[in-house]
Design a protein around this ligand. Structure first.
Ligand code: NDP
Length: 244
């Protein structure tokens, strides 16, 4: 049987790590992208192997189109018979600041990672998905991109941008059996939220707790599976009921 490949950006930690493990359990060979944290990426690879599959580390910075192109071109040249049929655009950062104090770098860094990263990686991998007439793209966005959150004008704008792109791209590529969807987590227990006080914030959440990376991974991997064949351009919230 031909090996099937999936790429998860930001697979070294948090939600991306859980997605890598679940994709491995689904039988995929997982390409684990990371920025700096090789040790954690290596740890993800061990978990992927324990889940019964295999993977490779693929270091590149999603904000740098030449790095994205170089890493993925090299992979493709080494695997001429294969293509990456699942792309999970998960790499993300937040740099919260009230807009009146927000510096250019707060705005640009967050837009570059969350929005431009989606563009560079997806544009590259899309071509083969269209040629092969099968592909799954899942974008990890946020409640912040749906509702807007104070202190996150940069992050809300970036995630809302990805949501708009998801809906537009879905209409461009549906005929080729390539779907593109988004998952919008609420508060999830990862490094990104370790500065937040769960005890206080959980009172806002109907399910009364932060979610786990594994709970987000379930939805991401459903959308990445063949079972989600008639869903595209959709945004699914995984937020414990937190809307207001
Ligand atoms: P973490 O901070 O735990 O992990 C972030 C991951 O992104 C790491 O693997 C990191 O790599 C990688 N990364 C960051 N910048 C880059 C880059 N420029 N190039 C490549 N990889 C990069 O985040 P979470 O798991 O919490 O978040 C994952 C996604 O979920 C993000 O898109 C986030 O916006 C979204 N999200 C998270 C929520 C939460 O409550 N946690 C809520 C809503 C959305 P490295 O380890 O090398 O630094």
């Amino acid at each position: 049987m031909l090996m099937k490949y999936a790429l998860v950006t930001g697979g070294s930690r948090g939600i991306g790590k859980a997605v890598c493990v679940k994709l491995a359990a689904m039988g995929y060979h997982v390409l684990i992208n990371y920025l700096r944290n090789k040790e954690e990426a290596q740890n993800t690879l061990t978990l992927v192997q324990e889940a019964g599959s295999n993977g490779d580390l693929l270091q590149f910075d999603v904000t740098d189109s030449s790095q994205v192109e170089a890493a993925l071109t090299q992979w493709q040249e080494q695997h001429p018979e294969n293509y990456i049929e699942i792309l999970v655009n998960n790499a993300g950062i937040r740099k919260d600041m009230l807009m009146m104090w927000m510096e250019n770098s707060h705005w640009q860094d967050v837009l570059n990672t969350n929005l431009n990263g989606f563009f560079y990686t997806t544009r590259f991998l899309l071509k083969n998905m269209l040629v092969k007439k099968y592909g799954r793209i899942v974008n990890v966005v946020s409640l912040s991109g749906l509702k807007g959150l104070p202190g996150q004008v940069n992050y809300s704008a970036a995630k809302a941008g990805v949501i708009g792109a998801t809906k537009a791209l879905a209409q461009e590529i549906g005929k080729k059996r390539v779907t593109v969807n988004a998952v919008a987590p609420g508060f999830i227990k990862t490094d990104m939220t370790q500065d937040l006080n769960e005890n206080e914030l959980k009172n806002l959440i109907p399910l009364n707790r932060f979610g786990t990376p594994e709970e987000v991974a379930e939805t991401v991997c459903f959308l990445a599976s063949e079972k989600a064949s008639y869903i595209t351009g959709e945004v699914i919230s995984v937020n414990g009921g937190l809307y207001t």
